[in-house]
Each structure stands twice: as C-alpha cells, then as structure tokens.
Design a protein around this ligand. Structure first.
Ligand SMILES: [Zn+2]
Length: 265
C-alpha cells in the first residue's frame, strides 16, 4: 500500500548508514539479515501472506517482519526483509494501516512513490552501501561479470546489483531491461548523459536483440553502434559498449551499456 507523502531517498539512505554504523559493520555481505533485524528489534518469520510479499507489524518496541513463504529466491527474501526493516527504522510513527502490506511491485528499487521509495532506498543502501560499492565499481573495464561477482558476494539479485553498478561506477553506465524485444526500463548513472526510451523496440544492431530472435547473445562485452541504443543524432558512429545477458526465467535480457571516457557525444 502506498502512503501519499513525499519520498525522501536521501533520508532512507542516511538511516541505513546510521544502522550500519551502529552495528559496527561497513556492509552486510555474509551476515544474516534475520540477525540484523533481531538486533534492531524485529523478529523475522515466514508466513503465507496473500497479495503481498512483506509485512511489518509493530507495537511499542516489538515488531514482526513477515515474509511470504512463496519467495524461494534468497536475494529477494533478503531485499524484502531489508525493505520492511526500513519501514521500522523510518516509519515507526506511521499508521499500521498505511504500511502493513508491501506488494512485489512496491518492494523494488525502481518503484518511486511515497514511503515505499524510502524503504527501498534504505534496503539498497543497507545491502549495497554506497561507500563500499563505489570502490568496488571502480574497475578497469565495466562488465556484467563484475556485476555478477558483486551480486554473489553481497547476496543481492543480479538486477539490483546491475542498477547499483550503473549508478555508482565512475564510468558512464546505463542498465537496460528488455522484454518481448522492447525496452522495459532503463536506469542510467548521473554521468551517462543520454536517455534510453522505455517501450522502444530493440534496434537490429544491438546484441540484446539476438535473444529475441532465438540467436546467441555474445558472452563478452562488444562495441556497438551508439545509435543502436541512443536516440541522439550526435551519437551516430561514436563509441558505445554493450554487454548483454539473457535471463531465460523472465524471458528477458539485461544489458549494461557504457560510454568510455574520451568518447564525446
Ligand atoms: Zn513497503
């Protein structure tokens, strides 16, 4: 359920940093989120929730985080717990009715409304702290291999790690999720400087299109025509790198794009 208040991403992130500092842990890789929640005052339990993935119930100092028994993907379960812990840390004074049920759609870093957005910002920062990730994303050559290693180490989903990488890497990066041969969403880092339009059909010169044609998507990053992804006319003929990886369980492709420094467009 969405409460209609102004979202404050910075507030969510700040609170996560305070929690990490109070725990005395720079990050939670390898740590049990159940233990962290317990230390912060919430018991985590699996529960057959209907119509939602997470729920926070609290009264006084006691709180229970319920996680849907239908979630069997460990990184997803971890994100749901972190999201509900965010509600406890940030929204303790908000009515139970306003935040009691959090749906799959709302527990998502890309969901951008109200208190859910704050809880998601808290969860992302708690699981993938900016200070630690900025250093880890500073690599000689961006790739989805790097993203995959980070996802495994920090026990977050491949998609969440890719979005975080695009936002924090010093390179000009953008991550694109394609489904049915079209761009479903794209998240760019601050320096990327271009916009990949939602809903646009994948250009024949992209590597990602191969998956939707039943062809093989190259394993390695490759340079592609910039205008295959970027609308800007000035982009034509300039340098753009693409690394795409099929996600067959979702009939989708995740793509990392980056513009090397020195490429001017
Ligand atoms: Zn929520």
């Amino acid at each position: 359920m969405v409460a209609q208040t102004d979202a404050d991403v910075a507030r969510g992130e700040r609170r996560a940093r305070v929690v990490l500092a109070q725990l005395g842990m720079p990050h939670l890789a390898g740590a049990s989120l159940e233990d962290v929640a317990f230390i912060r005052g919430a018991l985590v339990r699996n529960f057959p929730l209907v119509g939602c993935e997470g729920r926070l119930t609290h009264r006084g100092e006691r709180a229970v985080i319920s996680v849907s028994t239908l979630i069997d993907y460990a990184p997803r379960r971890r994100f749901v717990i972190a999201h509900e812990l965010g509600h406890l840390e940030l929204h303790r004074d908000v009515s139970q009715l306003e935040l009691s049920l959090c749906s799959e759609r709302e527990i998502d870093e890309l969901y951008d409304q109200g208190l859910e957005k704050e809880a998601n910002a808290f969860a992302s920062e708690l699981l993938m702290p900016t200070e630690v990730w900025r250093k880890r994303c500073d690599v000689a050559a961006p790739s989805l291999e790097v993203v995959s290693c980070l996802a495994q180490e920090f026990d977050v989903s491949f998609t969440a790690a890719a979005v975080r990488f695009a936002k924090l890497a010093p390179e000009r990066c953008c991550v694109v999720f394609s489904h049915g041969g079209k761009v479903q969403w794209a998240v760019a880092g601050q320096e990327f400087g271009h916009w990949v339009e939602r809903g646009q059909r994948l250009h024949p010169a992209t590597l990602a299109i191969n998956y939707f044609k039943g062809a093989r998507v190259p394993d390695e990053p490759q340079e592609v025509r910039a205008d295959a992804w970027l609308e800007s006319a000035r982009a034509r003929g300039e340098e753009l790198w693409e690394h795409s990886r099929p996600m067959p369980s979702r009939q989708a492709v995740l793509t990392l794009l980056w513009i090397p420094y020195g490429a001017e467009y």
